[in-house]
Write a protein that binds this ligand. Structure first.
Ligand SMILES: NC(=O)CC[C@H](N)C(=O)O
Length: 222
């Protein structure tokens, strides 16, 4: 599949995401925040980083980037979209995902190897994992606390929209230990930790993140 990776001013992990896309067996296509079209890609990754310097709130300005009009339109049409960390924040700001991400409860930037449980493997980004599989990937952010109102939280729990949950410690105060969620349709996924940094042995971070990028080729979704 052709997977577009969007670079915003201040993106940090766009090149790592492109590499992970290729290691997962897909073609990576570089997209720029000012692009007016998606260059014929089949899926989109919004990478991690500090887009627009995190001004106002993380992701609050990126949401208005020209390319996001097309990403929102394509996501509503069913295109697989993965937002990693800052990308997750942008997806929440764009209302493609429920809830919001706020400052870590301890008010500090956190960087750690984080154990997660994959709760939902029925998305185009997680089908390579077994339901309940435990994976360890790096977490690094300042605004990673997932929050939602009580009704929304009950709905996403009830509908199985929690994609991954923190194990061992809750590193940021996220409600219900939520590390990642999907939309109702299941094509849009946001994840706070970074699977693109755990895709090859060379970095010493293991391979637990590769499934997010190989899932696309391992199954076909309607
Ligand atoms: N690693 C990231 O993508 C960081 C996201 C955002 N800048 C934050 O600190 O929360």
């Amino acid at each position: 599949m052709k997977v577009g990776v969007v670079t915003f001013p201040g993106s940090l992990d766009d090149v790592d995401a492109q590499r992970a896309v290729r290691l997962g067996g897909n073609e990576a296509v570089a997209l720029w925040h000012g692009d007016a079209d998606l260059k014929g890609v089949d899926a989109v990754v919004l990478p991690g980083g500090f887009s627009y310097g995190d001004y106002l709130r993380c992701g609050a300005i990126s949401r208005f980037a020209p390319v996001m009009d097309k990403v929102v339109e394509a996501a509503k049409g069913g295109m697989p979209v993965l937002g990693i960390c800052n990308g997750f924040q942008i997806l929440c700001e764009s209302h493609l995902l429920p809830g919001a991400l706020i400052r870590n409860d301890h008010r500090k930037f956190v960087c750690r190897d984080q154990l997660l449980r994959v709760e939902n493997n029925r998305t185009p980004w997680t089908s390579a994992y077994a339901e309940g599989q435990e994976i360890r990937i790096v977490l690094k952010n300042g605004e990673g606390g997932f929050v939602a109102d009580a009704e929304t939280l009950a709905r996403i729990e009830g509908e199985g929209q929690v994609v991954a949950r923190y194990l061992e410690v809750n590193p940021n105060g996220s409600l219900n230990d939520i590390a990642g969620v999907t939309n109702e349709r299941g094509n849009v996924v946001g994840l706070m930790p970074h699977p693109e940094h755990a895709v090859e042995e060379l970095t010493g971070c293991g391979l637990d993140g590769l499934g997010f990028f190989s899932s696309l080729v391992e199954r076909t979704f309607a």
